[in-house]
Design a protein around this ligand. Sequence first.
Ligand code: C2E
Ligand code: MG
Ligand code: MG
Length: 754
Amino acid sequence: MTLIDSEFGASLKRVERWRPWVAGLLMLAGIAGTLFLYRGLQSAEVDSLARYVDNLADYIEVDMLADLGEQMNAHRRMAARLAHNGIEDAGGWQLNAELFLDHYGYYRTLAVLDPALEVLWIRHRGEGHVAPGEIFPVGEEYRPALARARATGEITATRPRFLPDGRPGISLIIPIGTNERHAGYVATTMDIPDAIDAMIPALFRESLDLHAVARGRDVYPYPPQAAPSQWDAGFTVDLDDDETGFLFEFAVSDDIREQLSSAMPEVVLVSGILLSLLLAAVVYLGLNAGDQARVMARANRRLEQEIGEREAAERELSFLVNHDSLTGLPNRSGISEFLADMIENHGDRQAQLAVLFLDLDQFKDINDSLGHQLGDQLLCEVPRRLAGILRDRDFVGRHGGDEFLIAVERADREQVEQLAGNILHALDAGFAVEDHRLFISGSIGIAYYPESGRSVNELIQNADTALFKAKNAGRNQFAVFTREMFAQAQHRLNLSRDIRHALEDGNFRVVYQPIVDVRDLSMSGVEALLRWDHRDGYPVPPQEFIRVAEETGIIGRLGEFALDRALSDLAQWKSLSEDLPGLAVNVSGAQIHEAGFAEQLSILLHQHRIEPEQLHLEITEEVLIENLASNRRMLHKLDEIGIRIVVDDFGVGYSSLSYLKNFPISVVKIDRGFVRDIVSDPEDQAITRTICSLAADLGMQTVAEGVETDEQLALLASYRCSFAQGFLFARPVEADEIAQMIGGQQPWRATSRD
Ligand code: C2E
Ligand code: MG
Ligand code: MG
């Protein structure tokens, strides 16, 4: 069983092909999204760092400016006090100076200068004596600024320089009194690294890479250190508004950077990439799983469909097995099943369960004359006709050919038999098939459960036996199975078995009865008649064993034996005389319809070197009119070979002679029944006379059977009957006796002469 068909497989392949792409695209989208987020987080982090640094810078700047402002004010206050008290007031001023230096620990030196910039008083913190020029390197370049300051009272800052110990420093100079009240200067020197260290809280300093440049010189840190690759922020502090100040630049330390920067972007990046991979994998697997689920679902659907189809096929098969394709009725096996059910359900009910075996009479004729198609249509019409009479619960099946099986339950046997009569009557009405109006009768055999059989097979077989009885009794009637029938059937069965054995054991023989020419009583022919001496010692009448042989199908072999024996006897006689009698051999209906019958005959004739004209085949009128169409074909075939055809037992079937002119018939054999009482019965006389004269008119010869008396012979002669056969001349005798008769010793001739 293929669960995935090719089309489905192809679409699956297509799905399989784009599946990795979907997963790949999703992964790329995920990674792109992650990168975007990462960059966003990163820049947010940079922004936040920048904000932090800016804030820090602002804070330090503001703090420093405030601090410096305060120092400037302290300078101004000192200058103001000296201006007020006079620079001679060293005592008061010195205290001020001490307080100042104590308070601002990063000022190294504080001095009072006269207007000519000569040191009047100096207070220095640090090692040894310091030359005022070293402390206040006030050269010519400051004179314009100082001259301006004398008018404004503003502070002048010197360029940064290196103090004697090598540290960067700066001096601030403020005039004492302005203009004409100018009395000198207050000058201070500040240790820049210390000042910066003091002004910027340690907390910040530790976390910053701080760097200061003043007028092109590195002033912080001391000693100088390698600068970082880039600064995070910076600001300028101008001490004296000369537009050149200290440029402070700083970079946050790695610690701060680390503190400020979270691992978030990296976490997001890594987990985003991982998530993307995971998502792609999940989607890929999901698609796979989805596909698999779809495949499974599809496979399941297909499986269900297949199961459904199989069940339907099984149902169909079982229908086909159990039903007839032509009529749609249950066939033999369907009948068996249904009957078995019916029997099982019947139980011990009071009602009569009956099986009616219906066979159409002479259906073969319709088939042969009008064709199988019409025959088939008629077969389909019959169950429709039955439907009008039967009840819903009644059963109709086609047993085969033109045989139908009807099973019914009725209150009593009378009703069943009434139904059988109704069925026959319904068929009588005839059928309109295409342009034809077909008339057909039927015969019915009835078997009752359980008297006529307990099993399905028994019931059918016994209904068939009863049918056989109905047919034999003249058709278009029904017969109910009886125990005697069973005995007869049993007898037939035994007989058929015995025929088989007798054929093998050579217990059959052929005798010949002379047929004489009515005009001169010469032996014109002989009729071959089969004889069977049963091994139990009694002769079995031909009528009996021929019928059984026909019914059981062994007639073919039996007829073949008779023909072969008769032809070989004729061949023997041939050596005795040129003037050979014609040989009449009886053939039954079943025999002539066997395939290759004509061909087989030709072979036999050839083998025995017998001219076909020498052989006369006797076919009873009954057989002839039963299957007109097929008989006509066969008889013409035989006629073509040259074999003569004799209608045996003519008159029994009441068929008209003119009807027979359509057949290639040479001889008509008048049934013994008409001859028997011919002397006394005017009707038989009339019939016989008519047959003889009509046959003569049609160019046929006539044979009278069973001629036992001279009177009969005389009458037949007067009717111009061609030939006569009967005990008057000879009983059927052995072949060698015929041989003697051929030689001239024909006893009847002697008798008649007497
Ligand atoms: P049939 O073909 O009509 O044969 C004539 C029957 O009449 C023979 O009976 C014969 O013995 C009998 N018969 C002849 N003359 C007289 C007579 O004067 N008085 C009386 N009462 N009977 C006479 P048989 O031999 O018993 O044959 C009976 C039937 O069996 C035959 O009737 C024929 O239909 C059939 N039969 C015999 N042999 C064969 C055979 O080889 N093949 C076939 N298919 N049928 C055969
Ligand atoms: Mg005969
Ligand atoms: Mg006869």
